[in-house]
Design a protein around this ligand. Structure first.
Ligand SMILES: Cc1cc2nc3c(=O)[nH]c(=O)nc-3n(C[C@H](O)[C@H](O)[C@H](O)COP(=O)(O)OP(=O)(O)OC[C@H]3O[C@@H](n4cnc5c(N)ncnc54)[C@H](O)[C@@H]3O)c2cc1C
Length: 467
């Protein structure tokens, strides 16, 4: 059986001649990729932790082409894996290591759907093809005098469709909310190949279920998003950025609370531990920015006109402050390059939990104690979005498929009333743990929606719900 060449059999990894022909008819032969040298970048996750076989990668260039591809796969009984920029971190953007009962998927890459409309100056909205990168959406908004509120370090690789599918968070949630808060309409291809298109951008539209909101966090299980209408914001006048040394999460939260009480909008409140600071300094050849070494460094960005008056810093603070754009970006790089820095150490178990703010310090302490109880761990670190009660745990040492520590960390977050996924999603790697933070009634309600829309179970099986 051949994984990569069209064949006439219908094995779990093969692309039958009839499906190959239907895909070529839908998108043209140049956009049906079967050569492993080419499909490799679509089948391996950014973390290099997960990869699995696909039958083909298909690159449609329009919504109609996406619909034709979906209909062809469904008729052939072949699973579909929607993919954006493949920057996901939970095993959900690439095929399973071992194909499930339906066999390997056809990956439908949205990257060619990259057109971005002009900004509607009256409503402050734009429409982007699902494959437009987040960075391109930012640049389009900024060129028209606006900003887009969702931002994250993978901005020049991840797509707007992927950020909707994962309901991405990022570095400005404190100011603008998760992706869901920015979405005012979507267009998508449902698992039966029909298209829903609701891109008018009406702010007031109480005509039943908000299907666009349902796609936020759907992780590709309900269909393929082809376009997104988003709301924009007017930019703040200049901002001030500070890195401040803190003794732990309790003092970091106290600092953030003082910043929020200061009367200026806080648009970023992030945290980096000592291990992460050292790694990024090595990776980016940056100096240690503060006078003393601290257990935690907090990054605050305040929209105070760029004069520092909104920063809650007294004379005893060990802090460095930046006002101009390039100095602000330099301070942000200590935080933004964390994920990349840990990835230089090999395969990293990346966990992404959130807990109520009042439990954050206690939960963070318990997580550290737990990690240190595993001799197999060679390096670990903590960084994240302080204001959102969201910490990212980076753990190096356990084999890629050793899930014992992952499970223990997620269970700890759940004990504190937290979520096993603050922003990266459930993917494949946490599908079995969904019940830690969602009730059986909630899971059954979600599954009922999934089953109603995708009765064959072919739209991204194994993600969100364990197969
Ligand atoms: C360096 C780095 C930093 C990151 N920082 C953050 C962060 O701060 N906050 C955060 O939330 N995430 C972060 N991420 C994770 C990742 O960037 C986000 O999850 C992002 O939203 C994924 O977008 P993507 O286009 O790469 O989607 P992919 O990785 O391709 O896919 C992710 C999921 O969405 C589905 N999907 C993708 N496109 C579509 C579509 N068009 N229709 C339907 N389903 C689709 C896929 O099936 C998959 O389940 C980071 C990742 C990296 C590598």
């Amino acid at each position: 059986m051949n994984v990569h060449q069209p064949s006439s059999d219908s094995g779990p990894l093969s692309l039958s001649e009839s499906l190959h022909a239907a895909l070529v008819e839908a998108v043209g032969s140049a956009h049906v990729l079967t050569d492993p040298a080419v499909t490799g970048e679509f089948t391996q996750e950014w973390t290099r932790r997960f990869s699995g076989p696909c039958r083909a990668v298909v690159r449609p260039g329009s919504t109609d082409e996406v619909a034709a591809v979906v209909r062809a796969c469904m008729a052939a009984g072949v699973p579909v894996l929607p993919q954006g920029g493949n920057t996901g971190l939970v095993g959900g953007s690439v095929p399973a290591v071992s194909p499930g009962r339906h066999g390997a998927p056809v990956i439908v890459s949205a990257r060619r759907l990259s057109a971005i409309s002009s900004v509607d100056q009256l409503s402050g909205q734009l429409t982007a093809g699902a494959g437009a990168t987040l960075g391109d959406v930012h640049r389009a908004a900024e060129a028209a005098g606006w900003i887009y509120g969702v931002d994250l370090a993978a901005r020049d690789s991840c797509t707007i469709g992927g950020t909707v599918a994962t309901n991405a968070g990022g570095i400005n949630v404190i100011a603008y909310g998760m992706t869901r808060a920015s979405v005012v309409g979507i267009e998508a291809v449902l698992p039966d190949g029909q298209v829903i298109s609701h891109l008018s951008g009406l702010l007031k539209d109480n005509t039943g279920y908000d299907l666009g909101a349902l796609f936020c966090g759907s992780e590709g299980t309900l269909g393929i998003i082809t376009a997104v209408r988003v709301r924009l914001h007017r930019p703040h006048a200049a901002t001030s950025v500070a890195l401040v040394g803190c003794t732990g999460f309790a003092s970091a939260l106290e600092l953030m609370s003082r910043a929020r009480a200061g009367g200026f909008p806080v648009i970023g409140a992030e945290v980096i531990d000592a291990s992460g600071m050292e790694l990024v300094m090595g990776l980016a050849d940056l100096p240690y920015p503060l006078e003393s070494r601290w257990e935690l460094v907090v990054l605050l960005e305040i929209a105070d006109g760029g004069d520092g008056s909104g920063l809650p810093l007294d004379e005893s603070a060990d802090a460095v402050v930046a006002f101009d754009a390039s100095s602000r970006a330099r301070l942000w790089s200590y935080r933004e390059r964390q994920s990349e820095a840990y990835s230089t150490l090999g395969v990293v178990h990346k966990l992404d939990i959130s807990v109520p703010l009042e439990s954050l310090a206690a939960c963070a302490d318990e997580l550290r104690t737990l990690i240190e109880s595993y001799p197999i761990v060679t390096t670990y670190g903590v960084f994240g979005h302080l204001a959102d009660g969201n910490i990212h745990l980076e753990i190096v040492g356990p084999a890629w498929d050793d899930l014992e520590i992952d499970h223990a960390m997620l269970a700890c977050a759940a004990r504190y009333g937290g979520s096993i996924s603050a922003e990266h999603g459930v993917g494949r790697v946490k599908a079995r743990e969904l019940g830690m933070c969602r009730s059986s009634v909630e899971i059954a309600a979600m599954k009922a929606i999934k089953d109603a829309w995708d009765p064959q179970g072919l739209m991204h099986p194994g993600v969100l719900f364990a197969e």
